[in-house]
Design a protein around this ligand. Structure first.
Ligand code: ATP
Ligand code: MG
Ligand code: MG
Length: 390
C-alpha cells in the first residue's frame, strides 16, 4: 500500500494517521520523541530531529506525499522533502504562518478580497521601534513573532513601562504588539484546498479560550450570527486561495463590538494544518478535517463536508487529571461515557501536566439544547467550568 508521511508526532498527527489508515494507507511519522501520540499508532516511526537529513531522506523514500502537523516544524525540512515528493502545505506558506509579521502582512495584502483586517499592531525588533510605539496600541498584547502557541510567548501590557519590561522578559526577540480588542466572541474556519485549486470548507465554529488555550468549541447553527459566519467563511476561503494553499488551513477570527471601527470581524491568525477547533468534525460531520487533509495531500477529490449533528467539544487538559492537591487521578470516564452522545478521544500521552492537551470530548445529539445539557453535565463530572462560566 502507498504510504503517507507526517512531520511531527502530536495528537494532530495521530488523528491524521487514523484517517489515513481508514483509507488503507500506511503512514510514516518523523518525530524525535519515542512516545509520541502519532508515533505510537503509525506503521513507521522515524525517530530523528525534524531537520535531520537522514530522517528526512528516509521519510521521502517511504512516502507518496508528506504533510506536517506541527506548525513550528523547520520550513527548510519541508523544502528539502519537496525536492522529491509532493508536500502539502508547502514550505513557503508554512513559513508565513510561522511568523506573525509575515502572517499579518499577508492578511493585509489580501484584505481587499478577504474583506477583513487584523488588529492594529506594531512590529518590535529594535529599541527605537519600542520607543516609537503609538500610545493608542495600549493596552495591548506583546507576542513573540515566532514559536508562540497556546498563549505561550505572550504578555499583556497596559503602559509603555510594562511594554518595555515585557519585551525584556520575552528575551528582546522580534515581537508584534497588538492592540487589545474588546472581544464579544471568537471563531475559526477550516478550509481545504487541493492541488487543482478545488476548495471546500466547514461552517465557522465559535471558540472559547481560557488563559490563551482553547477550552470549548460550539459547532451548530446559531452558535454565531449567520451574517458574521458567512463573512468569516468567505474570508478564510479568500485567504487560502490567495496563498495558493494546499491542504487544510484554519483561520482564527475575533468578533468585536459591532459599533467598532473594525466592522465586527477581525482576522487573528492562521494554522497551516488541521486545528483543535475542528476536532468536532470527526464525530459530527461526514468527512473530518483529517479526512480532508488526507484527500488533499494524496490528490484525491475533496468532498464538501456535511455536518449531521450539532456538537460541542470540550478540551481535556492535564488539569482534569490533577485534583486540588495537585495529585494525579484518572477522571471518571465511565460517568462521562454514560451520558448520551459523548465521544471521548484520548491522545495516549504518558504524563498529564497542567495546560497540556491530553484529549477532547465531543458531544453530539439530535438538537442544540440536548447537546448543551449533556456538555454541561460532562463538564461537571470532569470538574471543568460550566458552559456559561467561560
Ligand atoms: P494558538 O494556540 O491558537 O496558536 P496563540 O498562542 O498563537 O494561540 P493567539 O491566538 O494570538 O495565541 O491568542 C490567544 C488568545 O488570546 C486568543 O484566542 C484571544 O482569546 C486572546 N487574544 C489574542 N490577541 C488578542 C487581542 N489583540 N485582543 C484581545 N484578545 C486577544
Ligand atoms: Mg497561534
Ligand atoms: Mg490562536
Amino acid at each position: 500500500p502507498a504510504t503517507l508521511g507526517v512531520l511531527g508526532g502530536g495528537q494532530l498527527g495521530r488523528m491524521f494517521v487514523h484517517a489515513a489508515q481508514r483509507l488503507g494507507y500506511f503512514t510514516a511519522v518523523l518525530e524525535p520523541d519515542a512516545h509520541s501520540p502519532a508515533g505510537l499508532v503509525s506503521h513507521h516511526h522515524i525517530q530523528t530531529a525534524y531537520d535531520d537529513p537522514t530522517g528526512l531522506a528516509q521519510l521521502a523514500d517511504l512516502c507518496q506525499a508528506i504533510t506536517t502537523e506541527f506548525e513550528n516544524v523547520p520550513a527548510d525540512a519541508l523544502r528539502t522533502l519537496a525536492q522529491s515528493r509532493p508536500v502539502a502545505p508547502g514550505a513557503a506558506v508554512v513559513a508565513i504562518a510561522q511568523d506573525r509579521r509575515e502572517e499579518k502582512a499577508h492578511f493585509t495584502a489580501c484584505a481587499d478580497v478577504s474583506r477583513v483586517t487584523c488588529a492594529p499592531y506594531a512590529v518590535l525588533e529594535t529599541p527605537e521601534q519600542l520607543r516609537a510605539v503609538p500610545a493608542d496600541l495600549l493596552p495591548g498584547i506583546l507576542k513573540t513573532a515566532r514559536m508562540g502557541y497556546d498563549g505561550k510567548g505572550q504578555v499583556r501590557v497596559k503602559t509603555t513601562d510594562e511594554l518595555a519590561a515585557a519585551w525584556t522578559e520575552l528575551g528582546g526577540v522580534a515581537c508584534v504588539l497588538e492592540k487589545m480588542l474588546p472581544l464579544t466572541a471568537e471563531c475559526s474556519v477550516l478550509v481545504a484546498r487541493g492541488w487543482d485549486g478545488q476548495v471546500v470548507s466547514f461552517a465557522p465554529q465559535r471558540n472559547v479560550h481560557e488563559g490563551g488555550i482553547l477550552a470549548v468549541t460550539h459547532a451548530y447553527d446559531g452558535a454565531l450570527p449567520s451574517a458574521l459566519a458567512d463573512r468569516a467563511r468567505a474570508a478564510a476561503v479568500a485567504i487560502a486561495r490567495h496563498l495558493s494553499y494546499v491542504g487544510v488551513l484554519c483561520v482564527e477570527f475575533f468578533v468585536v463590538d459591532d459599533g467598532s471601527e473594525f466592522g465586527g470581524l477581525v482576522v487573528n491568525e492562521m494554522a497551516p494544518r488541521p486545528h483543535n477547533s475542528g476536532h468536532y468534525t470527526i464525530d459530527a460531520c461526514d468527512a473530518s478535517q483529517f479526512d480532508l487533509q488526507v484527500h488533499a495531500m494524496a490528490g484525491l477529490p475533496l468532498p464538501q463536508p456535511r455536518q449531521h449533528s450539532p456538537a460541542i467539544m470540550l478540551n481535556l487538559l492535564g488539569d482534569v487529571w490533577l485534583n486540588a492537591g495537585g495529585q494525579l487521578r484518572e477522571p471518571d470516564w465511565a460517568a462521562v461515557l454514560r451520558l448520551p452522545g459523548t465521544h471521548l478521544h484520548l491522545y495516549g500521552k504518558v504524563e498529564a501536566r497542567a495546560g497540556r492537551k491530553m484529549g477532547h470530548l465531543t458531544i453530539t445529539g439530535p438538537d442544540v439544547s440536548s447537546v448543551r445539557a449533556v456538555a454541561q453535565r460532562a463538564a461537571e463530572v470532569l470538574g471543568l467550568p460550566g458552559l456559561d462560566a467561560i
